[in-house]
Design a protein around this ligand. Sequence first.
Ligand code: G6P
Length: 609
Amino acid sequence: MCGIVGYVGSRQAAPIMLEGLKRLEYRGYDSAGIVVCSDEGLTLCKTKGYVDHLNEMVCNGDALTGSVGLGHTRWATHGRPSDENAHPHLSDGGKIAVVHNGIIENYAQLREMLAAKGVTFKSETDTEVAVNLISYFYEGDLLKAVSEAALRMEGSYALGILCEDCPDTVVAVRKESPLILGIGEGENFLASDVTALIRHTRDVIYLEDGEIATLTKGEVKVYSRDLVEVKKKTTHIDWDISAAEKGGYEHFMFKEIMEQPEAIRKTITPRLRGGRVVLDGIDFSPEYIKGLRKIYIVGCGSAYLVGVVAKYNMEKMLRIPVETALASEFRYASPLVGEDTLVICISQSGETADTIAAMREARRLGAKVLSIVNVMGSTIANESDYCVYTWAGPEIAVATTKAYSTQLAVTYLLTLYFAERLGIISDESYSELVAALQMLPEKVEEILKNKEHIQYLASLYFNKDNIFFIGRNIDYALTLEASLKLKEISYIHSDAYAAGELKHGTISLIEDGTLVIAMASYVQLLEKTVSNIVEVRSRGAEILTLTTQSAEEQISHVSDNVITIPDAHEMILPSLAVVPMQLFAYYVALSRGCSIDKPRNLAKSVTVE
Ligand code: G6P
């Protein structure tokens, strides 16, 4: 979703911001723009379409002179993608410029109020309301005007603000949308996320809700909502810049698929010490766990689907009811949550608007929230009671792969941790599971070595119009992710069904040549899944089955093609079974010539509701 970059220093600002915007492209956007401030005032250029087009328009930044500026990639919410609606937006009269990420919910009332005072609007956006509201309160003190405007804006916003009266200053404010400050030497930066500024500095300040910052080339100051200066901690980012670059791969998605063994290793290994699961900062008493009436797992998209797998594993081992909920539903559903509920929020970015809201609602209702987050210092990581980080490194492709896999790995660790605390797992089973977890990265490596077979299968099926996935138990949970991955990046319609539910309606969709992908890694229910495969096969379906090496023979009799994964402990099988499905989606999308890393209409980081 919308990306913001800002620069104040001695260098030409435009090329720095254009490079930052390129790095924010992965968030998803439909238009781009920049504004620079110099003694001559504000100069602006914006366009519908890609940053490359903007780059051409401003001759790689050479055409815009000035060493203070803001840049923006817009993912349309209020108003269609167009040149007029692209950011930055200027106040009526052109004195102030703003870039914005978020949604100002009371923009209609504010617009009416401002229009009644004679303000003219040129776009359909809520952002133009924000800039005019700041301008309305501006009487020579930009910081004060921003603070006054912030008090009146409802909804979510991260704003970067420039004013031609103070050409050496950028002002920033945030509420619910992410914004970080980068601290350089004789120059400072502003960005929606670290990837945009890591080439220039590794020292960052995370702005918190309601905080306002002023950046000049020599100084960064942060203020509370009521303009009292606050001391902020600087965090040093230690990941390597190459982690956010393609490193010779054609697509980030493929690179991230290939990085999974290492990402899982990094997430698991430091938490297995002396044969035991150790989760730093987490110390639930057995009484607390025993007293839990329910565990809720909440997230959006694939993060939610990790919860669907975890539910099967956790309920089976812990005998505690586990409910999964989409964050966008949970937040408005008056959830039955209280002190006797643990809410686990899963989020790669830690900034997904609905998951943030769900987390806050759960805490308001008295539940403890444990988050599983990839981005350090993000809102969910900061505000939850406990956080277990996935150490997947930056994930750039919109369709998640390594974040999903590391989130799954954390759910195994948590399940084992709870089981031990509850005293409901034998030493033997515990050691067996720890050993299985230790072997997980190698098993994923083994699957990746066979990627050419998946590529071949994709070449057989890439031109299908509909693909159905079926499975039972954890395989059903995986079909949901496999189907989502495929439709996200290949634009093929696909659906996932619990195999046992087919006969209750969906089998009517099966006709000659329909591709059904059966996931059958959960060998305890193999016979049942085989029956369902036979049912669809006898109605003309082509069958591609995923199963374990030891079940291959049994499955091959009823399948046109088979993908095998290594045998493994039942709990960790999902981590193996998902990998061929990620590769399948990738190769199908590749064969169809799709925009794999940035699928149409999708955003990586969904920071608005
Ligand atoms: C978007 C991404 C998905 C992701 C979901 C939740 O839809 O494309 O890959 O699973 O958001 O994002 P989060 O950052 O909360 O995990």
